[in-house]
Design a binder for this molecule. Structure first.
Ligand SMILES: Nc1ncnc2c1ncn2[C@@H]1O[C@H](COP(=O)(O)OP(=O)(O)OP(=O)(O)O)[C@@H](O)[C@H]1O
Length: 256
């Protein structure tokens, strides 16, 4: 199932946020969206998730306009992990993760299949031990994992994550990225906004670089994520290299 956006125009309070942008995403791959603060990354994700309706252009799933789908169907197909999520409800972790099944569950509540999907998502995000804890009493990083588990529990065809590494320690950053990659390799689509360029270089199959509401570069990571493009997108000089063990390194060295 292919997800695409075509000639998308988004204006908020009189400001043009996305300027007739187009692109597409491939299932089975991790696409990372890059760009400076305010470039339009979260705005693009909200359009792709159907949470914002653009003034012009369209988002389509296999050529079908997203807005022709009802909310429940869209919820089953597209799952969004929003930026800076906060948990304010005084409920336990397994209840929060169970909310991810809402687009699937029938009028009689959760089925066995729903409970199994919740359990799988909690194991995948290292949250199983937290199942009975009150979510609002967890650390920021633990809450981030719980909210990722909620999205995974919904088993969406497209998983959209806005800065999922924020407040995660390095080990859990790797866990989350590996989990997203595994999810993509199982045939689903994964779109992630990242600020860590080295992590992006390691995990992206494809990259879309936004600058001031325009697509600056898009395509396979090796082509779209060059030092030149990164420098232009972020206004900093970037050095790209390889670690002693062969992993890519992308290091901002100074402001341009
Ligand atoms: N509801 C809104 N009303 C007016 N302007 C908005 C609104 N939401 C976002 N913007 C503006 O749109 C622009 C793009 O915001 P967006 O959150 O998409 O950027 P971003 O690339 O995700 O940035 P960041 O890296 O800081 O999260 C910003 O200039 C922001 O101030």
């Amino acid at each position: 199932m292919k997800l695409a956006f075509d000639s998308l125009d988004l204006t908020l309070r009189g400001r043009e946020i996305l300027k007739t942008v187009s692109g597409q995403f491939q299932p089975g791959k991790v696409t990372v969206i890059l760009g400076a603060n305010g470039a339009g990354k979260s705005s693009l994700l909200s359009c792709l998730a159907g949470l914002r309706e653009p003034q012009g252009g369209s988002v389509t799933l296999d050529n079908q306009p997203l807005f022709s789908l009802d909310n429940r169907e869209r919820g089953r197909l597209i799952g969004l992990l929003p930026q800076r999520p906060d948990i304010h409800w005084n409920v336990d972790v397994k209840t929060i993760v169970g909310l991810g099944r809402l687009p699937h569950s029938g009028r009689w509540g959760m089925s066995d299949a729903d409970h199994q999907a919740v359990a799988r998502a909690m194991v995948a995000t290292d949250c199983a031990d937290l199942a009975d804890r009150k979510a609002m009493r967890l650390s920021g990083g633990e809450q981030g994992r719980v909210l990722l588990a909620r999205v995974l529990a919904g088993e969406p065809r497209w998983l959209l994550a806005d800065e999922p590494l924020a407040s995660l320690d390095p080990a859990h950053q790797f866990d989350v990225l590996e989990r997203l990659k595994t999810y993509a390799r199982a045939g689903q689509g994964v779109i992630v906004v990242l600020h860590d360029l080295t992590q992006a270089a390691r995990f992206a199959d494809d990259v879309i670089v936004l600058k001031e509401g325009n697509v600056l570069a898009a395509g396979p990571r090796e082509q779209a994520m060059t030092a030149e493009t990164m420098g232009e997108a972020y206004g900093v000089e970037i050095q790209m290299g390889t670690s002693a063990t062969g992993e890519p390194l992308v290091v901002p060295v100074r402001r341009l």
